[in-house]
Design a protein around this ligand. Structure first.
Ligand code: SAM
Length: 443
């Protein structure tokens, strides 16, 4: 949008740029087009722009895909945006109040914006923290923040935000923008960054909640030694395992060392793919069409030959009545990387449903809670030839998710799950869908 058009539009709206809303409008069209190009929107991609303002970026994004959502706080701009971009969805509100979980039914979303600086880092955490519905971000930020995101260890820019976002996203500084391309001219330079999903094998997995806790604690006083801040048992052994000095400070550890530290602190096995392979040696009871035990077979054979066997699914609800869903890890032999019940697992040979459910809850979420049986399903193709008993439990978390089994998880409202299942059933494990259909009316 040209400077003269911005001035004319603001005059037409009787509005002046508001500093408290971080309003600096971009008036360099070439740069606006370039920023949108970096988002990589393909036809039919869903995209979300935070703070569209007078549509400097929007006009280029809508040329690429009409499936756009605009999230704008300024009351004065809403009617104008709706009139200007009738094919797009305009959401009027504070982006900080927006629930990113509502985006899952739309599939992976490309998120971008020339962000209002006063809330940039909060917004990044809000949209990029797990579970995130986004598959990439392009943001214009204050230059200083952009440099922090892309910093390496042992620099003053390197901090908790670098490490926390870096576990799942690769930050790249794409371009420094001079202040004078915005009106009013901000006091600082800006920079455009991208955050793209980290390739699976570029970093080992670890327990995300513990990772976050350790990083936050260690950077809370960056001049202090981690030994004092973290107070971990077996500190000398952990340091030897991670390859750091016992006197190390947070700013000295690279991302891989943060992950290694998390795994060492939790006692998790580093090679998760090997652990997943081990599971194939398990023995299950196989059952007839009435769920009577008729023999025992190894896990691999049971699945390969579609033999009937037994499993439990557990639905964990928090105090708000939201259901915790887990995203299965990429190492799962069945249904990798799809969304599933809070916890689920096979009944091992010699065990029964009631004995398996609490064990699975402990193994997969690291908690115990009273369980109530809420449904049962006969073996069918949808359950992978499992007879399933479904249990419910109440727990607000936090959970300790084993990285070999679970990539991430989160609580979702029942309405969010319903919309998501309706729009994208393929995002879910078929066994979960069977359980959901069976117990839906009773929850
Ligand atoms: N995208 C436009 C551009 O490049 O010219 C405007 C960018 S301006 C830096 C930031 C925009 O974010 C403004 O339109 C402002 O009203 C909006 N905004 C500020 N705070 C917001 C919030 N909490 N939620 C949603 N939008 C917000």
């Amino acid at each position: 949008m040209k400077l003269s058009t911005i001035a004319a539009t603001l005059a037409e709206l009787g509005a002046k740029p508001t500093q408290s809303l971080g309003q600096n409008f971009l008036h360099d069209q070439n740069l606006a087009r370039w920023i949108v190009e970096q988002v990589g929107i393909q036809e039919n991609d869903t995209w979300l722009e935070i703070g569209p303002g007078l549509g400097a970026l929007t006009e280029f994004a809508r040329e690429r895909s009409k499936r756009g959502i605009l999230l704008e706080k300024d009351d004065r701009l809403i009617d104008w945006l709706r009139a200007q971009f009738p094919e797009l969805e305009v959401i009027h509100g504070d982006a900080l109040d927006f629930d990113p979980r509502d985006l899952f039914p739309r599939g992976p979303v490309k998120v971008f914006g020339n962000l209002p600086y006063y809330v940039s880092s909060q917004l990044m955490f809000q949209f990029a923290s797990e579970p995130s519905p986004a598959n990439g971000f392009v943001f214009t930020l204050q230059r200083e923040l952009a440099e922090r995101l892309c910093a390496g260890p042992r620099t003053k820019e390197y901090g908790a935000i670098t490490v926390l976002l870096g576990r799942r996203w690769v930050a790249k500084l794409l371009r420094i923008l001079p202040a004078h391309i915005f009106t009013p001219v901000p006091k600082v330079d800006s920079a455009v960054i991208s955050l793209m999903p980290r390739e699976d094998d570029s970093l080992p997995e670890c327990d995300g909640a513990l990772f976050t806790k350790l990083v936050k604690a260690a950077f809370s006083q960056r001049r202090k030694q981690m030994k004092k801040l973290l107070q971990l048992e077996r500190w000398p052994e952990i340091c030897a395992e991670v390859g750091i000095l016992e006197t190390a400070r947070a700013e000295e550890l690279g991302l891989e060392q943060w992950v290694a530290l998390t795994n060492a602190a939790s006692g998790a096995i580093g090679d998760h793919s090997a652990k997943a392979q081990d599971l194939k040696g398990e023995i299950f009871d196989i059952v007839d069409e009435h769920d009577n035990v008729i023999g025992q077979r190894p896990r691999g054979e049971v699945h390969r030959e579609k033999l009937r066997h037994r499993a439990v699914h557990i639905f964990v609800f928090n105090k708000r009545g939201e259901l915790f869903l887990q995203r299965r890890s990429r190492w799962k032999d069945a249904h990798p990387r799809v969304w599933d019940s809070s916890a689920a697992g096979h009944v091992n040979s010699g065990d029964d449903y009631a004995g398996t459910a609490p064990r699975e809850l402990e193994e997969e979420l690291g908690v115990s809670a009273p369980l109530t049986e809420i449904g049962s399903i006969s073996a069918c193709a949808g359950t992978g030839w499992e007879f399933v008993k479904v249990y419910s439990a109440r727990h607000n978390g936090p959970f300790r998710l084993p990285p070999a089994e679970i990539e991430c998880g989160g609580f979702f409202t029942i309405a969010q799950i319903e919309r998501w299942i309706e729009a994208r059933p393929g995002d879910f494990a078929s066994g979960f869908l069977e359980c959901w259909r069976t117990v839906r009316d009773s929850i």
